[in-house]
Design a protein around this ligand. Structure first.
Ligand code: ZN
Length: 161
């Protein structure tokens, strides 16, 4: 499989924003490749700028669909912060760093948001791959995200709502 480069990631982000995150159309998001780290991707805010860090290691592992899931989850965070503002961002970050239970709640809510945005299938596929790989970071992080089973259940809930 061909390795996905940063320009491809930027195209995917533009595509996802166009399709599902209209609130982010005029938001500046800088994409930065990280050499290592515990997460596939993460986002940070600095005043009105947003930074999306993508872990080089996982670019080799995920296919395009799975990367879309990763990006849809991160864009769900950004949309939440854009809507709720800087104070929410600061308080929320503090709560996430002090309470593992809160972090678990917030990350799972973000997964659910990505599912409601229509990225459930990609999410299930990506979680399924990680659950099979069982890499070191997967074990460290798994508590904070929905399992493949929970994602499939949530897709059903959303379609029945
Ligand atoms: Zn997250």
């Amino acid at each position: 499989m061909e390795k996905i480069n940063l320009n491809h990631i930027k195209d995917l982000i533009a595509e996802i924003i166009n399709k599902s995150f209209h609130t982010l159309k005029d938001v500046e998001i800088k994409v930065i490749e990280k050499k290592k780290g515990r997460y596939s991707a993460m986002v940070r805010k600095n005043w009105n700028k947003y930074f999306l860090f993508i872990n080089k290691h996982y670019l080799k592992i995920y296919d395009e669909d799975e990367l879309k899931r990763v990006l849809a989850h991160e864009l769900s965070h950004i949309e939440d912060w854009v809507k709720k503002g800087i104070l929410f961002y600061i308080v929320n970050n503090l709560k996430c760093s002090f309470s593992k239970n809160y972090l678990e709640y917030y990350e799972k809510e973000t997964d659910k948001k990505a599912i409601r945005k229509g990225y459930g299938e990609e999410l299930a596929k990506q979680r399924g791959k990680r659950e099979t790989m069982k890499d070191k970071n997967f074990h460290k992080n798994k508590r904070f995200y929905l399992t493949k089973k929970e994602i499939e259940q949530e897709i059903k809930n959303v379609s029945q709502a």
